[in-house]
Design a protein around this ligand. Structure first.
Ligand code: AN0
Ligand code: CP
Length: 317
């Protein structure tokens, strides 16, 4: 594997999880693989988990790591071609990318949807320029449409906790005060469609995701009905995708917050969220603090997912 931008690039998901569990059991087994190799992590957006877990994964593989926060200390970057650069942006991405590529062996990029143009976001214009112009393998640390390292960690976590072969997994929209990208729900849906789990997506009318990601999931607009018998509840907010509402907030309805009453409808389900999470908007204190909450082991598995992916990329060098 050279580039990693979608969970689909892992191929068979069961084999990928088996590799991940091997990495988890023996985290320092591949220290030689990354020797004298440098990972550059480029962040256009904030991060806690991705930053720390990917760095830790690279260190476990014996790599050196450089981190660049583009918005803190680097030159302001122009991303559109053909612009007369007489404004506040000092450097063009078309020079910055190959320069960054010349300093490393592998590049991780975080570049969220900007909600300025649906087409630009869904064409992954920033991530694809890194792939095209860096000359190095590139992996996504959450791009405009997907967050595959998160999805891989989510699936590893479900596999570790499921008590039946085909658990019922429910991804539910929940309210949030700011517009958030569809990357996490798109990617989670893409990943769960690679498994044979029962998969239900629930959200208010207007929050339909791109059909490409929904795949074979059942979409249920009644959250209570969707949650019935669930084994895993995966909560996430996202802004509208469809039509002219792209990037807009259509609801702040806190009856969608995952509460004890909502969890009582499930089959004593585990609660999952990628974090960061806004308490008492997405999920109540009680639910996130309950013994059925997997948010911490789920975040911890981000090291395992990043290390498994980085290992495959290093093997391809
Ligand atoms: C981001 C999002 O929803 O895509 C990152 C999640 C991993 N969340 C926020 O910006 C709060
Ligand atoms: N879940 C996740 O990617 O968290 P960060 O945004 O903190 O990296």
């Amino acid at each position: 594997m050279r580039n990693f931008t979608s969970i689909k690039q892992l191929g068979d998901i069961n084999e990928a999880v088996a590799k991940a569990l091997e990495v988890k059991a023996h985290p320092f087994a591949d220290q030689e693989l990354g020797r004298n190799k440098t990972l550059l992590m480029v962040f256009f957006n904030n991060s806690l988990r991705t930053r720390l877990s990917t760095q830790k994964a690279a260190l476990n593989l014996g790599m050196n790591v450089i981190v660049l926060d583009v918005n803190q200390g680097a030159w302001k970057l122009e991303t559109e071609r053909g612009v007369i650069m007489d404004g506040d942006k000092s450097e063009h991405l078309l020079e910055a990318i190959p320069v960054m590529g010349s300093f490393c062996d592998v590049i991780g990029v975080r570049s969220f949807a900007r909600f300025e143009s649906k087409q630009a976001d869904y064409n992954e214009e920033i991530l694809n320029q890194f792939i095209q112009y860096s000359g190095k393998p590139v992996f996504s640390m959450e791009a405009a449409t997907r967050h595959p390292l998160q999805t891989f960690a989510d699936i590893i976590t479900i596999e570790e906790h499921k008590t039946k072969a085909r658990p019922k997994v429910v991804m539910t929209w929940a309210p949030h005060p700011k517009s958030l990208p569809q990357a996490v729900p798109n990617s989670f849906a893409e990943g769960i469609n690679m498994t044979d789990y029962e998969f239900v997506i629930t959200h208010p009318q207007g929050y339909e995701l791109d059909d490409e990601f929904v795949g074979n999931a059942r979409v249920e607009y009644d959250q209570d009905k969707a949650l019935e018998g669930a084994d895993f509840v995966y909560a996430k907010n996202w802004a509208a995708y469809k039509g002219d509402n792209y990037g807009k907030i259509l609801s702040y309805d806190r009856s969608w917050t995952v509460s004890k009453e909502k969890m009582a409808l499930t089959n004593d389900a585990f609660f999952m969220h990628c974090l960061p999470v806004r308490r008492n908007m997405i999920v109540t204190d009680e639910v996130i603090e309950s013994p059925r909450s997997l948010v911490i082991p789920e975040a911890a598995n981000r090291v395992v997912s990043a290390q498994t992916v980085l290992k495959e990329i290093l093997k391809s060098l």
